[in-house]
Design a protein around this ligand. Structure first.
Ligand code: DC
Length: 228
């Protein structure tokens, strides 16, 4: 990981599977470093929502191409969550509906969708001073990011976190259902042809299974401090 000499602000890439703790960690890190936080998953969720609203089947490439030519996804930085505008409408809550997670994963495997979102992410990151979380930030979007972390946690622990989150939102899914969905999503995200979820060779692995959020953040701050 190469340090940027002209600008002392960095790009920090945090990739990993669903519910591995990356977004909570990325937000806290952005707050502490006074960086902006970019949730790249939210961008794929917005694309999934648009296809859903337009009732476009994900194998209908001509319609998807047209959709991607006309779509406008904008991110307004704010904490704890980014505000996501889809063609000018605030969809920050709509993209969190549980069925949109699966749609986002499916639509994110399509090359033309990835190309559009990758371009946008690169533009948003060009001034650095940004913590981005996603699946392919350290491998594809910013392979030269100064700091790369790959966060993992045991499936049971991640399912437990997701189960509690969904219960808070009133979900009636069982733990086993939540666990199956997560396992399926991991499989989808790591087995697609383009920009699959995987650890960049130079990313530091952080296993959050037995760490609290503040321990995860402290660990990363310490690692950044050591390499500065
Ligand atoms: O982080 P999330 O669960 O909100 O992401 C939703 C989906 O978007 C995820 O299952 C895969 C896709 N995604 C991606 O392919 N690349 C990214 N950089 C971020 C998310």
């Amino acid at each position: 990981m190469e340090k940027n000499k002209k600008n002392d602000k960095f790009i920090i890439a945090i990739d990993g599977p669903a519910s591995s703790g990356k977004s909570t960690t990325a937000k806290e890190l952005a707050k502490r470093l006074e960086y902006v936080y970019l949730d790249t998953g939210a961008m794929y969720r917005a694309c999934g929502l648009e296809a859903y609203r337009q009732k476009i089947s994900l194998d209908d490439i001509p319609k998807l191409t047209k959709m991607m030519q006309n779509i406008k996804v904008e991110i307004k930085y704010s904490l704890p969550n980014n505000i996501v505008l889809l063609n000018g409408e605030d969809v920050s809550l709509a993209i969190r509906e549980p069925h949109i997670g699966k749609l986002a994963s499916d639509i994110s495997a399509i090359g033309l969708v990835r190309a559009g979102m990758t371009d946008l992410q690169r533009k948003l990151g060009e001034n650095k001073g940004i913590v981005m979380d996603g699946r392919d930030i350290g491998t594809v979007v910013f392979p030269n990011a100064e700091y790369k972390f790959f966060m993992v946690a045991d499936l049971d622990e991640r399912a437990h976190r997701r189960f509690l989150e969904e219960q808070e939102k009133g979900s009636t899914k069982t733990f086993a259902e939540v666990k199956d969905e997560l396992a399926q999503r991991d499989y989808n995200d790591s087995h697609r042809d383009i920009a699959p979820l995987k650890q960049a060779e130079d990313a530091i692995l952080i296993d959050s299974t037995h760490l609290t959020i503040s321990e995860q953040v402290e660990k990363i701050i310490e690692l950044i401090g050591k390499r500065k």
